[in-house]
Design a binder for this molecule. Structure first.
Ligand code: ADP
Ligand code: ZN
Length: 616
């Protein structure tokens, strides 16, 4: 029906619908092209990073088309979140899944058959079960396959049910299909197209850059220092939601206990907990009853919470894909968010062991090496990430630790010689922790047992703190002065270039270590998320009041609790900042705020402008 409109009129119509329902004034890159393509009833594959704005790509066509758009989604929590936020914008949507009781499902079925829903979310199992029943009785405008990477065995979230969806195109040849994912690698991409039998699909790849996420790596920290750094970090983010990823289940528990002891509300999430406990942990986080979730990688796919302000990786992830997806869960609303990764030799050794013992050994080792490259980078870290996804940039980002504090080097020859001589004098039969003990002159029982305290190097590096030794050793590994023999109890072996330094034939440049947490805390640095001026409505004041922001936050919480909705679904953090910065006092000005559509304007406008008026 839209083909008859001129391009100009269609564009206006699309923009108008975007404003009315979602409150946005313009499209993000690619959204408009994708929507246009789908309105022309053609297939598409959409690759966008988490938070890039995939949902609007099928939700807007759903509103513009007659009939119902069917969205296949792998997780009930994802469906719930999407349906809640659609309904909060006054859009008729529902989710058909095994969690519903029969009455709810019967009502939904009826609504579908009567054409009353604009969007129906459905699990792949239910979709296959209903393919010859309910789906036949509906007028379907579009199929959207969300999290489409679940179709691929190569991906990390493989779902066998997804592989059977090739049948959709056979059964409904006239209905276009859009597959959407944030996982960009090539094999997965081809798998999706092939398995869904997409017909000459257009592939839309948006930039994977997430400039609002700051990137920081801390190297060589041992447990105690990590705990301290984490507490400092969370104090700087007081009251702000965040996720702390750990490699093991037990670690999530000990870290959560450590935080709880400090009065921080922290929950736990891992695959070893019962489904009920996992759901509870997720729900507590979404509704801001806990501030932090300490989780394994099992946590996250169902999380659409837009105001996660930070992500910490307690351990090194095993690939850049996982890392990027995990940090991508912060800052979905586009506001500044912080990410912090701890990088230690012991993690590297353990992950290398896992990768070596895995079935796809070569691929996994290669992936780990790319992750290592990120952690060890002394050039802009964002450039490493983007180049991994095939994007080449010509500029440094200015929002990673390397850009902010470019590494300074010094002549570290003596330090390197001390370490290497420790390795030689123990006949290359020790690992890193024993080496640090020897250098520091720590008489551990193992050192004593092997008589290493009689060595000349024992205590030769006493002046350097243990954690700095860990950092220097990582640097030396990166510089290729020694290797780790993973098949020989992770013993350290000197390389030819290491020998050159040891015997004075070459010098070694090391990077100066900065330890800045203490001073940051003293300064009480809590950075306010700032809204770019061009996003602020014209003709209104532009200074943010923290007091007003807090009051708005409380009002939002009260309204959300009344409806048993997560606060960010009522209004996002970004909208709250826009409100406290521009302070609208009329309904019209309230409705002009980006992110407030007609429905929310009518529903919440009065209470918010009354509150704002008190702050003039
Ligand atoms: P994804 O599914 O790609 O992870 P979402 O669809 O959840 O991302 O979108 C992320 C955030 O960006 C949401 O808060 C959404 O409302 C917002 N958003 C999407 N499109 C636009 C737009 N055109 N203008 C402003 N905000 C947008
Ligand atoms: Zn950078």
């Amino acid at each position: 029906m839209y083909l008859c409109l001129t391009k100009y009129r269609l564009r206006n119509f699309m923009l108008q619908t975007l404003k009315t329902y979602f409150g946005y004034d313009s499209f993000r890159p690619l959204q408009e092209e994708i929507i246009h393509h789908l309105l022309n009833r053609k297939d598409a594959l959409v690759l966008m990073p988490t938070g890039g704005g995939k949902s609007i790509c099928y939700q807007l066509p759903a509103l513009l088309n007659e009939g119902t758009t069917v969205v296949v989604s792998p997780l009930i929590s994802l469906m719930k979140d999407q349906v809640e936020s659609l309904c909060a914008n006054g859009i008729a949507a529902g989710a058909l899944n095994s969690n519903n009781d029969e009455t709810t499902n019967a009502a939904l079925r009826r609504a579908c058959m009567e054409g009353k829903l604009k969007l129906l979310y459905i699990s792949p199992e239910k979709l296959l079960a209903e393919i010859n029943y309910l789906l036949r009785d509906m007028h379907i405008s579009l199929f959207a396959i969300d999290e489409a990477h679940c179709i691929s065995q190569w991906g990390h979230d493989f779902r066998p049910e997804y592989t059977q969806m090739g049948i959709l195109h056979q059964q409904f040849p006239e209905v276009p299909i859009v597959a959407l994912t944030a996982t960009a690698d090539k094999i997965t991409r081809e798998d999706i197209i092939q398995q869904l039998h997409l017909e000459k699909p257009k592939i839309f790849i948006s930039s994977f850059d997430r400039p609002n996420l700051s990137l920081t790596v801390k190297r060589g920290y041992q447990q105690k220092e990590k705990s301290k750094a984490i507490l400092d970090f969370i104090n700087r983010h007081s009251g702000e939601s965040g996720i702390l990823y750990c490699m093991s289940r037990s670690k999530t528990e000990t870290v959560a206990q450590m935080l709880q002891k400090q009065g921080i509300k922290a929950g736990i999430y891992h695959a070893g907990l019962s489904a009920a406990r996992r759901d509870q942990a997720q729900d507590d986080f979404i509704h801001d009853r806990t501030q932090v979730v300490c989780a394994t990688i099992a946590f996250g796919m169902g999380i659409d919470k837009s105001n996660v302000r930070w992500v910490i990786h307690y351990n090194l992830p095993k690939s850049i894909e996982s890392f990027y997806q995990e940090i991508g869960r912060s800052g979905r609303d586009g506001l500044p968010s912080d990410t912090l990764l701890f990088y230690s030799l012991s993690d590297l050794i353990l992950l290398t062991k896992f990768a070596t013992e895995s079935r796809q050994q070569n691929i996994n080792i290669e992936k780990l090496q790319r992750m290592q490259q990120y952690a060890e980078s002394d050039i802009c870290r964002r450039r490493i990430l983007l180049s991994y996804f095939g994007e080449n940039t010509t500029q440094d980002c200015g929002n990673c630790d390397v850009c902010k504090n470019p590494p300074q080097r010094f002549d570290g020859t003596i330090i390197v010689q001390k370490a290497l001589s420790g390795i030689v004098r123990t006949e290359q039969k020790i690992g890193t922790s024993m080496l640090v003990d020897i250098l520091r002159g720590t008489l551990s029982s193992e050192v004593a047992e092997r008589g290493y305290h009689h060595l000349k190097t024992f205590g030769a590096g006493r002046e350097v703190p243990a954690r700095d030794w860990q950092d220097y050793l990582l640097q030396m590994l990166q510089l290729g002065y020694f290797e780790i023999a993973y098949n020989e109890n992770n013993h350290l072996k000197i390389t030819a270039s290491g020998s050159d330094v040891l015997f004075g034939r070459a010098s070694a440049q090391l990077v100066v270590i900065h330890r800045e947490e203490a001073s940051e805390v003293k300064r009480g640095r809590k950075r306010k998320p700032s809204i770019p001026v061009q996003e602020l409505p014209l003709g209104l004041p532009h200074t943010e009041s923290e007091e007003l922001f807090e009051a708005l936050r409380q009002l939002r919480k009260r309204l959300a609790d009344q409806e048993a909705l997560p606060a960010y679904i009522v209004l996002s953090d970004k909208v709250l900042h826009l409100l406290s910065t521009s302070r609208p006092t009329t309904l019209e000005a309230f409705g002009n705020i980006s992110g407030i559509g007609e429905y929310k304007k009518k529903k919440y406008g009065k209470e918010f402008i009354e509150l704002i008026s008190k702050y003039y």
